[in-house]
Design a protein around this ligand. Structure first.
Ligand SMILES: [Zn+2]
Length: 239
């Protein structure tokens, strides 16, 4: 039975990919930045718009994490690929990736993240996406961070380990909560697998805003005995 299930799901995937391939020929994908011809069906940006994205300063990421009362020392290093501006090109890409059912954009973007990570840090034992709570994942059909992590793992040539971190509890609304309560609210939503112990992991997320979600996920892996932790995100929100 499980075999038949996986066969039928790979048939569905094949048919969907073929349909998508035909659509890409009939309606070539447009650059989300300028509307021109995109680099490839997988990456919805033209070479000029891709070049124009502003690289995020490494210090900016560290400063953002240090601002959190609990953020210091969780990660051995943290990087974001690009600065994320409201209404900017990267937001259009992230929006398509997150809400318009375009998980295929995640893998090539993740590869670019992986290349940038390797310029600075050694290869980890595996890549761990920040998980979505099940309800949210079912609504959206996929986890955008998992799509990015897949590309990062490809670029680093190391295992993709979405199994190491789960989000069994939904994060309640943060509205009206004190700083401490907000932290506990996010902190308690994650659960690490015991297999995380002893490994050097690279945590991957889409956009870092305050950093509390990434730090909570990282702290959960650290508490489970992770030996080393780095963080890589696609964007760092400008503040
Ligand atoms: Zn463009």
């Amino acid at each position: 039975m499980p075999e038949r299930l996986s066969t039928s799901s790979s048939v569905v995937r094949f048919v969907r990919d073929c349909a998508q391939g035909l659509l890409d020929i009939v309606y070539p994908p447009r650059c989300l930045g300028c509307g021109g011809r995109a680099e490839s069906p997988q990456l919805p940006l033209c070479p000029a718009c891709l070049q124009s994205l502003e690289r995020a300063p490494e210090m900016g990421m560290a400063a953002r994490l240090d601002r959190l009362p609990v953020g210091k020392g969780v990660f051995d290093g943290a990087l974001a690929l690009w600065v994320f501006d409201k209404e900017g090109t990267l937001q259009a890409v992230q929006h398509a990736l997150k809400y318009q059912n375009r998980p295929r954009y995640g893998v090539p973007l993740g590869r670019l993240m992986g290349d940038a990570f390797l310029e600075r840090y050694p290869t980890p034992d595996g890549v761990v996406p920040v998980p979505l709570h099940r309800t949210r994942r079912l609504e959206r059909g996929y986890n955008q961070s998992a799509a990015l992590a897949e590309g990062v793992a490809e670029a680093l040539n190391c295992p993709d380990r979405p199994d190491l971190l789960a989000r069994p509890h939904p994060t309640r609304s943060q509205t009206g909560l004190s700083r401490g309560e907000r932290w506990r609210n996010v902190r308690d939503s994650f659960l690490a697998d015991p297999a995380a112990a002893g490994g050097r992991w690279l945590l991957v997320d889409d956009v870092l805003t305050t950093g509390s979600t990434a730090v909570a996920a990282g702290q959960t892996l650290a508490d489970a005995g992770a030996e080393g932790l780095h963080l890589m995100t696609l964007g760092l929100a400008r503040q």
